[in-house]
Design a protein around this ligand. Structure first.
Ligand code: ZN
Length: 124
């Protein structure tokens, strides 16, 4: 029973992360992003791998790295204590922001590949 509970807990966490990452903005302006490895431009419908992290005490996820399908280079090399890190695959989508009449490139169809929680890893 304990094992089953642990398993469902893991699934719950990852599902939450997928929900939180869905809709996260890619890039700074307009409906366009850039692969952080090869510099290729990324648009609506592209399949990407992303690395995102959140530090303890913050709800906001940061999205420092986005890779195109060819580069696909996201992985958690050294888990950091006090930081939740995730590598996920996603499709890019365009979100229309009616209030400001602008568009944003966002993550959709997020699937978590790797997850490292706040209490995993070693101190820096
Ligand atoms: Zn690339």
């Amino acid at each position: 029973m304990a094992f089953a509970q642990l398993e469902s807990e893991t699934v719950r966490v990852e599902t939450d992360v997928e929900q939180v990452l869905t809709g996260l903005q890619v890039g700074l302006d307009g409906a366009r992003g850039t692969c952080c490895w090869c510099g290729r431009e990324l648009y609506d419908g592209h399949y990407v791998t992303v690395y995102a992290y959140r530090t303890a005490g913050h709800d906001q996820w940061n999205l420092p790295r986005v890779y195109c399908r060819e580069c696909n280079g996201g992985n958690i090399e050294t888990p950091t204590l006090g930081t939740a890190e995730v590598v996920a695959t996603a499709f890019l989508g365009v979100l229309q922001v009616a209030a400001s009449q602008t568009t944003r490139l966002v993550l959709t169809g997020v699937e978590v590949e790797e997850y490292s929680g706040l209490d995993e890893g070693s101190e820096v």
